[in-house]
Design a protein around this ligand. Structure first.
Ligand SMILES: *Cc1c(COP(=O)(O)O)cnc(C)c1O
Length: 235
């Protein structure tokens, strides 16, 4: 068995165990395989092991990779920072975007989504740590942005995503995850399409799942060491 296959099974088992311990149904948490900087061959190995949903951070790299892997019916999630001049390839190629944090980006994705494709599935990125260095809508602006997104016919609002600050204590992190869970439940009560809370990475996935995460994003824990240095959303 390849290293990637072995790690995939370990991650999936760990997620299932934590999910069960949290009293949640076993299939309620998706593992998003974050393949940024890793080659298409690694994505194939993860696919063969059972991964079905993949996350990319960089527009050009992501589009090249998903074109190369067009024979796989994988689901592609854009999880990187999104500038307005880069929205078109994302709208044209990805199934999901986790990082919508302002109306202008949402409007452009809506306008650029090709008519022959289903709506783009959207999570709003929340800057839960109120970290000036991080992207994301503030908790106070969230309801307004969510309302705007639900008015756009080529987008479907699926939920929320967050990347907390790095320097938090376990207690602070738990408090922020709890805030995210509350915001998610409020949003879900208002909009029936909302079912996704994209929260938690390798080091904090247990805490995130206890606070209702439905999607943990795992990169290096699955694919191994990453050579290239990433950006501000990259840990
Ligand atoms: C890179 C990245 C991940 C995965 O991080 P790893 O350290 O590789 O596990 C998860 N979420 C986001 C938003 C990322 O940019």
């Amino acid at each position: 068995m390849s290293n990637i296959a072995e790690r995939w099974q370990n991650i999936r088992e760990k997620v299932d165990t934590v999910t069960k311990e949290a009293g949640r149904s076993p299939d309620s948490v998706m593992v998003l395989a974050v393949s940024k900087t890793f080659p298409a061959a690694d994505v194939r190995a993860a696919w063969a092991a059972g991964a079905r949903e993949f996350g990319e951070n960089y527009v050009q790299e992501g589009v090249e990779k998903l074109n190369e892997l067009a024979d796989l019916p994988a689901i592609w999630h854009f999880i990187g920072p999104l500038q307005s001049n880069k929205t078109r390839p994302v709208a044209e190629h990805f199934h999901w975007v986790h990082t919508v944090d302002r109306e202008k980006i949402a409007q452009r994705l809506n306008d650029q989504r090709p008519a022959h494709l289903p709506p783009l599935q959207v999570c709003l990125q929340v800057n839960i740590s109120a970290d000036p260095a991080k992207a994301g809508v503030s908790i106070t602006e969230l309801a307004n942005l969510a309302h705007r997104v639900t008015q756009l016919p080529n987008l479907t609002l699926r939920g929320l995503m967050t990347v907390p600050a790095l320097d938090l204590s376990e207690t602070e992190l738990g408090a922020q995850f709890a805030q995210m869970q509350q915001a998610f439940l409020t949003l879900q009560a208002a909009y029936p399409s909302v079912d996704t809370l994209s929260m938690g990475m390798s080091d904090d996935m247990t805490l995130a799942i206890r606070h209702g995460s439905t999607c943990v994003r795992i990169g290096r824990g699955l694919f191994g060491h990453r050579e290239r240095k990433g950006n501000s959303n990259d840990h």
